[in-house]
Design a protein around this ligand. Structure first.
Ligand SMILES: Cc1cc2nc3c(=O)[nH]c(=O)nc-3n(C[C@H](O)[C@H](O)[C@H](O)COP(=O)(O)OP(=O)(O)OC[C@H]3O[C@@H](n4cnc5c(N)ncnc54)[C@H](O)[C@@H]3O)c2cc1C
Length: 447
C-alpha cells in the first residue's frame, strides 16, 4: 500500500524546508525526505545579506536561527589596492543586518521550523524514482536507508505534487527530464574556505571582501566565535590547489594583503573545503505534477551569495502558489508554471550580474574599478548592498557608461595586462548586450 500525502518533497534543506513549512501551515499534509541526518553540513558557505535574513523571517525561521548566536553583520567592507569603503544596510522588512550561520545549525533550524509547522521530515530516506500516471508525476519511490546496515527497503508515497528540492545534482530533475539546463554558464572562480578563530571584536559586525588583482578574498564572522574565510581565485588556479591545499590556501591569503592583515592573530581551526566546479544554470522547473525548487531548478555562482536566499524565498512562494489548488491538476500545473516564471523574472538579471562578478579573468580589474567607483561616495556601499539585498536592480550598477569608465581606469593601471583586460571587457560588454535576448528567451520559453 502506498502512503498518501498532498505534497512530497525530495530534500529538506533551504528550499525543501521552506516549501514544507509553508504548505504545512496552510493545512496540507507534506512529507519531505532527505538521505541526510540533520544537523549535517554541506559544501556551501553561508553569507546572507539583509534580503536573505528577511527571507528567513518570512518563512518563520529567523527566531530559531538568531538563537544560534551568529553576530549581526550590520556593516559591509569592500577593499583592495588603494581603496577601502565601509557602510551599512538599508533595511529590508526592518532588517538591517546580514548573518553568516554555518550550514549544519542553519539547516537544522529550517528543518525544525518545518516540523513545528506540521510537516513530516524523514531523515535517512532518499527518493529513487518518480511514479507516473497518465503523463503526470503522481508520487515517488523512496529508499529507507535510516537504519544502520539498512536493508534498502523501498516504499511509495503518492501525492498531488512532487517537489525536487534536492540540490544541483537533483534526482527529480533527471527523472522529470529537466536535467539539461535552458541556460548555463561555467564558473570563473573556484571556492576554498575554512573557519578561523577571531580575536578582533572590531571586525565582528562586518562582512568584508577584498579584490586584489584577480584574487578575491572574504572574511565573514559567523557563529561559535569563528570567522569564515572564503578565497575565490580564478578557476584555472584550481590546479595550484590540487594536492597542495593548505600551503596554497595560506599563500593565497598572502596575495590579498587586506585579508592577510584582517587575519593577523587568527588561526585556522578547521580543514579547508573546496569547490572548483559549480556552473550556474536555469532548468525547466515546472511540469505536470512536479516542480523543482532551490538549486534543483536554478543555481547562481556563490560570488554574490544569493543561493540560500533564493532557495528559501522561492520554496516559500512555491508553497503559497500551490496550497489552494492541489486538488485541481489543471490549476496546479498553471500555478507551478506561473511560479517558475516569477522566479525567472526575479532572478535573471541577478544571474547575469553574478556571472559578470564571478569572472576571474582580466575582467577582475574592471570589477575592482567599478566597485571602487560605486562605493567611493558617502552612501556608495549602502547602494551596492541594496543590490545584494535585492531591493535595487543590478542593471543600475552595470550601466554602460560606468563599465566603460571602469574599463578605461583598469587599462590605465594595468600595464602588462592590458590585452587581457581589453579582451575580457569586450566580452563582458557583448555579454551584457546578449543578456536582454537571453532574459527574453528564458521568460517567454521561446528559442
Ligand atoms: C561553494 C559554494 C558556496 C556557496 N556560498 C553561498 C553563500 O555564501 N550564500 C548563499 O546564500 N548561498 C551560497 N551557496 C549556494 C547555496 O549553497 C545553495 O543555493 C543552497 O544550498 C540551495 O539550497 P537547496 O535546499 O536548494 O539545496 P541543498 O542545500 O543542496 O539541499 C539539497 C538536499 O537534497 C538532498 N537530496 C539529494 N538527493 C536527494 C534524493 N534523491 N532524495 C531526497 N533528498 C535528496 C540532499 O541530501 C540535501 O540535503 C554556495 C554554494 C556553493 C557550491
Amino acid at each position: 500500500m502506498a502512503e498518501q500525502a498532498d505534497v512530497v518533497i525530495a530534500g529538506a534543506r533551504c528550499a525543501g524546508a521552506a516549501t514544507a513549512a509553508t504548505l504545512a501551515r496552510a493545512g496540507r499534509r507534506v512529507i519531505a525526505v532527505d538521505p541526510v541526518r540533520f544537523p549535517a553540513t554541506t559544501v556551501s558557505t553561508h553569507l546572507l545579506f539583509a534580503g536573505g535574513v528577511a527571507e528567513l523571517a518570512r518563512v518563520g525561521a529567523l527566531e530559531r536561527v538568531a538563537k544560534i548566536g551568529a553576530p549581526r553583520l550590520s556593516r559591509a567592507f569592500i577593499g583592495g589596492p588603494g581603496h577601502a569603503a565601509d557602510g551599512a544596510y538599508n533595511p529590508v522588512d526592518g532588517i538591517d543586518y546580514g548573518l553568516c550561520v554555518r550550514r549544519a545549525p542553519l539547516d537544522q533550524a529550517l528543518v525544525e521550523t518545518a516540523c513545528e509547522a506540521g510537516a513530516e521530515i524523514r531523515q535517512g530516506h532518499r527518493v529513487t524514482a518518480l511514479i507516473w500516471e497518465n503523463g503526470r508525476a503522481a508520487g515517488v519511490r523512496v529508499r529507507d536507508q535510516s537504519a544502520p546496515g539498512h536493508d534498502g527497503r523501498e516504499y511509495e508515497i503518492r501525492a498531488s505534487l512532487v517537489v525536487g528540492a534536492d540540490g544541483r545534482r537533483s534526482t527529480v530533475a533527471r527523472l522529470a527530464g529537466a536535467e539539461h539546463p535552458r541556460i548555463a554558464h561555467a564558473n570563473g572562480r573556484a571556492c576554498y574556505y575554512a573557519y578561523y578563530d577571531d580575536p578582533h571584536p572590531e571586525w565582528r559586525s562586518t562582512a568584508a571582501m577584498w579584490l586584489t588583482g584577480r584574487e578575491l578574498g572574504n572574511a565573514f564572522p559567523c557563529d561559535d566565535g569563528l570567522t569564515l574565510v572564503l578565497l575565490m581565485p580564478p578557476v584555472e588556479r584550481a590546479a595550484d590547489f590540487r594536492g597542495n591545499l593548505e600551503p596554497e590556501f595560506d599563500r593565497t591569503v598572502g596575495l590579498v594583503p587586506g585579508l592577510a592583515e584582517r587575519l593577523g592573530g587568527c588561526a585556522r581551526q578547521t580543514r579547508i573545503v573546496s569547490s572548483a566546479e559549480h556552473p550556474s544554470y536555469f532548468r525547466r522547473s515546472a511540469g505536470p505534477g512536479w516542480a523543482l525548487a532551490g538549486d534543483a531548478g536554478h543555481f547562481k555562482d556563490p560570488v554574490t551569495a544569493q543561493g540560500i536566499r533564493d532557495a528559501v524565498r522561492f520554496g516559500r512562494l512555491l508553497g503559497e502558489s500551490v496550497a489552494g489548488v492541489l486538488d485541481d491538476p489543471v490549476a496546479l500545473d498553471r500555478a507551478t508554471l506561473a511560479w517558475e516564471r516569477t522566479r525567472d523574472a526575479q532572478c535573471v538579471h541577478t544571474y547575469h550580474w553574478t556571472n559578470l562578478l564571478g569572472r576571474g579573468d582580466g575582467l577582475a580589474h574592471v570589477q575592482f574599478e567599478l566597485l571602487r567607483a560605486l562605493t567611493e561616495g558617502p552612501d556608495g556601499v549602502r547602494r551596492v548592498l541594496d543590490v545584494y539585498s535585492r531591493i535595487r536592480d543590478p542593471r543600475e550598477t552595470l550601466a554602460l557608461p560606468g563599465l566603460l569608465k571602469a574599463t578605461a581606469r583598469a587599462l590605465r593601471g594595468g600595464s602588462g595586462r592590458r590585452a587581457a583586460i581589453a579582451r575580457a571587457s569586450g566580452e563582458a560588454l557583448a555579454e551584457l548586450a546578449g543578456h536582454r535576448a537571453e532574459a527574453r528567451r528564458l521568460l517567454t520559453g521561446r528559442p
